[in-house]
Design a protein around this ligand. Sequence first.
Ligand SMILES: *Cc1c(COP(=O)(O)O)cnc(C)c1O
Length: 227
Amino acid sequence: MPFPDLDRRLADIRERIAGAAKRGGHGQATTIVAVTKTHGPDVPAAAFAVGLVDVGENKVQEALSKMAQVTAPVRWHLIGHLQRNKVKSLQHFSLFHALDSSRLADAVDFFGTEREAPVDVLMQINPAREATKGGYDLSEVEAEADRLAAMKGLRVRGAMTIARFGADERELRETFAAVRRTTETLASAGHPATENSMGMSADYELAVEEGATLVRLGSVLFGARVP
Ligand SMILES: *Cc1c(COP(=O)(O)O)cnc(C)c1O
């Protein structure tokens, strides 16, 4: 057992999430995606042992090699950027959080259409327009929601963002509200969109107050990342 106090940490996080959900008043349920990147295969197994069924990785290659070593039936989430020539690897994930461009959407649609089963994805948005991050500009969301609605090879289940490092509370709330609105726009366009993937170790309580249905937690669960 690599983390003897994981169940206590998790109990504290669940309590904080419950408090934040009450304060926020959006009435949503929130699922924790345990982010195990940089850690060994014992960590997803330890997460599953304390009841964390959803596990997130940000790099495809690392995720696939871990999958081969983890026997626990976790649900794998791909939370990081995917190159277009690797869309086939999406068959190994239950949800792809980082659909970040039209060209990638076309490639995912092609793969999902070919295998005759749509790929579940979240539209990643980049509200702060950070050059170092992927994601749609907010001005593109409406037209892209309509364009994606015609695709048979993917299903957009909601929206995702990574808040700007160092953002203050006001900016964080605006960022998270933009995710909520994006999911509403997607639903209006006909997508089965209900998920708001937002909030990491440093800001998950605010994210839950703003309606997060998926929080992606790494260091608050497992400590500092292995370099
Ligand atoms: C690493 C990572 C997380 C988790 O970060 P922590 O701050 O350790 O909780 C969440 N989302 C994405 C996309 C990540 O790459």
